[in-house]
Design a protein around this ligand. Structure first.
Ligand code: TMP
Ligand code: ZN
Length: 400
């Protein structure tokens, strides 16, 4: 089900240092179980740091067939994401032609649909989750089912030959073999293709101590230095880097063919110069993370002693990490509300905490909701204003 990973996937260094360890096997963050069905496996999780290129990566890699079979993660249909699509699409179009687009990890086709509504003529997605890819196809987005490999790259290229743009949003840091990933992008590209890779930015993860981003799907925590090291032996170079606020702080890295006439944007040198990630940064991160877990545990104990009904808001992968790391059960968190239909009726991975529709927040008279979808906090607070006015309280678990 999993293998051990010991060599830096960006620069090949074999002397990796352990910098973060949950100290126990953790459930797969999106493996929602039915109340009486079997639990999926638990896999150890530790972060290893490469001092040569500053890439942090997990010491275990779960077989993608296990991780993405009946994958539950559906891109959130939120106003926050909509606004992000607008900003990202503008940034892509500012770089040149964007008539034809291939998206790797296209999920349910939301982004490609948006691209079509905003000027793209030919699009094709590639996604390993059969349930989500089928949904995209039903919605009119051509989608190749499978992870990015030689075969799916060929299939997508037949639908959209030599795409103007290849987008890979929050999928690159899920991949294990980066050399192959880049080779497959290369196979779908031509000399003018713009590649847009969006990932959570390691600097944001570290500065904001977003330790709940550490789960099996996120095999790497990417810095621009690590990306630069990886690209050394490929046909690509970094063209531009843009920071976006989504998912707790992300970067979009634009890649271009190494010999493209357009010179790299000044942002590339600025990012390379400003990044200061060391072993010490990760050590401090671990200490802060443990402190945050303790604070939520104490807060919850105090609330329960006061007789409050505490629930979770958003059955995000991050919620699985918090709940499992803190050892919460339905004794502490009565249920988690989530608007994703196929999460409802299931349990949070590794626990007995049920997932229910958002309406239960008021129906079941919750007093306090821990917002595990803290990246959508403002939007969630706004839409539950009535509940807050009636005495309900949201807690951002990172801001206690
Ligand atoms: P994510 O941060 O990994 O996208 O997960 C967010 C989860 O929160 C996802 O399961 C959908 C859920 N959610 C709601 O239930 N209501 C909302 O208003 C929003 C924005 C998200
Ligand atoms: Zn390295």
């Amino acid at each position: 089900m999993f293998t051990y990973h010991k060599t830096c996937r960006a620069c090949g260094n074999t002397d990796l240092k352990t910098v973060f360890d949950f100290g126990k096997p953790m459930p797969l963050a999106n493996a929602f179980s039915t109340p009486d069905g079997p639990q999926k496996g638990f896999v150890p999780i530790a972060v290893l740091f490469c001092e040569k290129c500053t890439l942090a990566q997990l010491g275990t890699v779960v077989d993608p067939a296990v991780l993405y079979e009946n994958y539950c993660y559906e891109t959130s249909k939120s106003e926050t994401m909509r606004q992000h699509f607008v900003a990202l699409w503008e940034a892509i179009k500012a770089q040149g032609n964007a008539d034809s687009v291939i998206e790797v990890g296209s999920n349910d086709g939301d982004m490609l649909q948006f691209a079509c509504e905003n000027g793209a003529d030919h699009v094709c997605g590639i996604d390993a989750a059969e349930n989500l890819a089928s949904k995209a196809i039903r919605n009119g987005v051509p989608t190749v089912i499978g992870i990015l490999d030689d075969n799916t790259a060929k299939c997508a290229s037949r639908v959209v030959p030599k795409a103007d743009v290849i987008v890979a949003r929050h999928v690159f840091c899920h991949a294990n073999d980066w050399k192959k990933f880049i080779c497959n992008l290369d196979a779908m590209a031509n000399k003018d293709t713009l590649v847009a890779i969006e990932v959570p930015y390691a600097v944001d993860t570290l500065e904001r101590c977003e330790w709940d981003q550490i789960y099996h799907e996120h095999t790497s925590y990417l810095s621009i230095r690590a990306m630069d090291a990886l690209l050394e032996e490929t046909n690509f170079r970094i063209q531009k880097v843009i920071r976006f606020p989504v998912h707790g702080g992300s970067i979009v890295i634009f890649l271009r063919w190494k010999y493209h006439e357009c010179p790299p944007d000044a942002s590339v040198a600025e990012f390379l110069k400003s990044e200061r990630i060391t072993l010490r940064t990760w050590e401090l991160f671990e200490a802060k993370a443990l402190w945050r877990m303790d604070k939520l545990k104490y807060e919850l104990m105090a609330l329960i002693r006061e007789g409050k009904r505490v629930v979770g808001y958003g059955a995000s992968a991050k919620s699985t990490v918090w709940i499992s790391a803190c050892g919460f059960t339905r004794k502490q968190i009565t249920f988690i509300v989530d608007n994703t239909p196929h999460k409802q009726g299931k349990c949070s991975p590794g626990t007995d905490i049920p997932i229910v529709p958002e309406s239960e927040l008021t129906n079941a008279k919750a007093d306090v909701a821990i917002c595990f979808a803290w990246n959508f906090m403002r939007e969630i607070e706004e839409k539950n204003m009535e509940w807050v006015k009636g005495g309900g309280r949201f807690i951002n678990p990172h801001a206690l």
